[in-house]
Each structure stands twice: as C-alpha cells, then as structure tokens.
Write a protein that binds this ligand. Structure first.
Ligand code: CMC
Length: 388
C-alpha cells in the first residue's frame, strides 16, 4: 500500500542535487568545487575558499580584492545587537548566544526575506560571513565579563577575529602570523561538508523560503549537538577526564563495553580516514612550535595508537575525524572549550550559504517534508474522562 522507504538519518537517501562539495568516504577524498582540500589548505585563504564555494570558481585577483573589501565593511553589528547580547545570563553558552543572535539578525534586515532577488541574497550572504566572527567574539567576551571589542577593519578576517577576542588594550592586538595561518586553515577545513546534519538543517528550514538568517540559525542549532560540531569540545573534556596515559586502557574498555563513545572517532561518510584530520595533525606541529606542546597531545596520540590497533575500532572502521585534534589546537590558541564549536560555525557559514543559495535557485527543490512509517493506533472512539 505504497509504504515509504524507512531511512532514519538519511543513510541512503539523497535529499538534493548539489555541485558544491564532493566526498569519497572510502578513498578519503574531499573536494570543494572540484579542488582537493589539501591544495586549498596549502595555497588558499578562508575568504578565497568562501568565494569559491559561493561562486563555483576561484576568484581573480580583482574579484578577491572586492570580495574581501565587501566582507570587511560589513563586520560591524547594529548597536542593539550588542544590547541584545548583554541580556544573556553571565554563564550562557556561546553557541546558544550565537544561534539566537543570528536569528535576531533577521529582524535587523527584514529585506532578507526577498530571497528571489540575487543582489539581495548576495548582500545578506556578505553580511552573515562578515558578522559571524564579531558575534562569536562578543559571545566570548560576554562569558568572560569583559567589554566587547569592536572590529578593526585594518586587519584581516582572522586577525580581526583574534583581536576582538583577546585584545586587552591599545595598541592593536598582534597575533603571531603562524597562529593566524593555522586558524585560517582550520576554517578552510570546516567550510563545507556536503549534506552533514547542520547543512541539512539549513536546507530543510530554507526550503520553506524563510530568510537566510533563520535558516543559518537552524544550522547553528544542529551544529551545537555533541554528535556533530560539539564533538571537538567533548574531545577535550574526554582527554582531560582520562588525565594520563596509564588510564587509557581502562577508558577504552569502557568504550568497548558501550559505556560511552570515543569522541572524535568515527564518521558517517569516512570509513578509511578523514582527510581533514591528516591536515590538522600537521597543523598541530606548527602551532605547538609557537605555543609549546599541549600536555593532552600525548594522551590523544596514545589513544589514537591504541584505538587504531584494537579490533573493536578496526572492525567498525572508526578513525580519528576532524574534531579529534582540532580542539588541541584551539586550546593552544587560548580558546576555552565552549568556543570550539563557535569556530566550527564561523568556518561552516560559507558552506551553509553556498548550499542555501543553490537550494533557492534549484527549480526541482520542493519544501522538505519527509514521509513517516506510522506505528500508532488507528481510529479510536474518544473516551470520556470518567471512563478512563
Ligand atoms: N566510539 C565508539 N563506538 C563508536 C563510535 C565512537 N566514536 N562511533 C561509532 N561507534 C560504533 C557504534 O556504536 C556502532 O557500533 P555497533 O555496530 O556495535 O552498534 C558502529 O560503531 C557504527 O556506528 P554508527 O553510530 O552506526 O555510525 P553513524 O554513522 O551513525 O555515526 C558518528 C557517526 C560521527 C555520529 C559517530 O561515529 C559518533 O558518534 N562519533 C563520536 C562523535 C564525533 O566525533 N562526532 C564528530 C563527527 S565529525 C565532525 C562533524 O561532522 O561534526
């Protein structure tokens, strides 16, 4: 009688056609618009990659200059957004603040609902990518009880973000260029990942033709969860809880007994290795050369060594994913764990918006509305209260 295919979690259901990102999970290949992630991480910058994701091709020098200029002049927030953020409780999680302040932006830019207008879409996309670091930094300063630091548009995207986070006084916060480069690479690695949970959320909500701020806020909500972007924060907490190398075997036994997951391991798509994890491991060395080694690195490396030899993980094809080492770098850059997923969200914003723009231009796309397999009662007579 026409039962729908049961596929909870969309393991084998394509929800859209997309020309943005290609993944071959068995071969460990990740490409944005056909360019291998390894080449982009080495030769490109985050804003150049954002342009590529959004427009389909790498920019010329003039196109990149104009794009960077447009991003730079949109970094400021309306003062009332600042007031809004001041209203959060002192211990509010930065991801909660980011999610709700992004959705609030829809009220500051009501024209954003005109999604059929290409120039208007471009303006909102530029605004969102420009303002995400400002929102992330304000959320961070709020949690620390420190005054917000306004953008300094003489600085690059990543330097500006670091200055808004960590600047204490004049003169301008000066970041080590090697750390700026490492953070830029991390943002590139997170910029898109085809139909992951948060992108699917953006597309699903976007398919109702709501404005992009509301759609991206939904994506931030999805990313907040510990099985998605929240994993990098969970990895750090896990490493700290394990505490020392000699506690690892007992921890692994607990994972195998199903007590908890080894966070930062496993992936829905990568069943061989996660190419992003390989690049991050290399970036770790560059960062630790500047900051000194994070003592948790030794635990992470030993955990990886033991897990990769253990039958439980081998049989299930569980390998370190992007989140296994990224948290160690973020911590070395002085980010507290609650900020890790905010960094992921800033990186993923161009991908969300590239996929959102693809969605709104796709004539075949309908409102997202999956089927269900109904397992409840069929028609029953209402039972009056006295007879229940
Ligand atoms: N530790 C221990 N066992 C695991 C893990 C893990 N990290 N991941 C999967 N398994 C087991 C799982 O219990 C299952 O075992 P069994 O067949 O005995 O029931 C088997 O491996 C297959 O796992 P699954 O849950 O069917 O795999 P999935 O594709 O639904 O889940 C995942 C993918 C990433 C949610 C999962 O591997 C996981 O929860 N990992 C830990 C969280 C994490 O690191 N997430 C970050 C993902 S990468 C960045 C991002 O996209 O956000």
């Amino acid at each position: 009688e026409g039962l729908a295919t049961y596929d909870p979690g969309f393991v084998n259901t394509a929800s859209c056609r997309s020309a943005v990102t290609f993944i071959d999970g068995d071969a460990g290949i990740l490409e944005y618009r056909g360019y291998p992630i390894e080449q982009l991480a080495e030769h490109s910058t985050f804003l150049e990659v954002a342009y590529l994701l959004l427009n389909g091709d790498l920019p010329t020098e003039a196109e990149l200059e104009e794009w960077v200029h447009q991003i730079t002049i949109h970094t400021f927030l309306h003062e009332n957004v600042k007031q809004l953020m001041q209203g959060y409780r002192y211990d509010a999680h930065p991801m909660g603040m980011l999610m709700s302040s992004v959705s609030a932006l829809s009220t500051f830019y009501p024209d954003a609902v005109k999604i059929a207008d290409v120039d208007n879409r471009q303006l909102q996309i530029t605004r969102l990518i420009a303002k995400m670091p400002t929102l992330g930094a304000f959320a961070f300063r709020h949690a620390q009880g420190k005054p917000y630091v306004y953008p300094d548009n003489r600085l690059s995207y990543v330097e500006n973000f670091l200055a808004m986070l960590f600047k204490m006084s004049e003169p301008t916060y000066a970041a080590d260029p090697r750390l700026v480069k490492a953070l830029d690479i991390l943002l590139i690695l997170h910029a898109d990942h085809e139909q992951n949970c948060s992108t699917n959320a953006v597309r699903s909500v976007g398919s109702s033709q709501v404005d992009p701020y509301s759609a991206v806020a939904a994506g931030i909500g999805a990313l907040y969860g510990p099985l998605h972007g929240g994993a990098n924060e969970a990895v750090l907490k896990m490493l700290r809880r394990i505490g020392s190398v000699d506690q690892i075997p007992a921890f692994i036994e607990g994972v195998k007994a199903g007590k908890e997951k080894l966070m930062g391991f496993g992936h829905r798509v990568y069943k061989n290795f996660d190419p992003r994890a390989t690049i991050i491991k290399k970036a770790c060395d560059d960062v630790f050369a500047v900051t000194g080694v994070n003592p948790l690195l030794e635990i992470a490396q030993e955990l990886e060594r033991i897990a990769l030899e253990d039958e439980y993980f081998v049989k299930r094809k569980l390998y370190p994913n992007v989140d296994f080492y990224s948290g160690l770098i973020y911590e070395a850059l002085q980010f507290p764990p609650e900020m890790f997923t905010v960094l992921f969200a800033i990186g993923r914003t161009p991908g969300w918006l590239a996929q959102w723009s693809e969605l709104v231009q796709d004539k075949e796309q309908k409102i997202a509305r999956p089927k269900q397999i109904y397992t409840g009662h069929r028609t029953r007579e209402f039972v009056p209260m006295a007879e229940r």
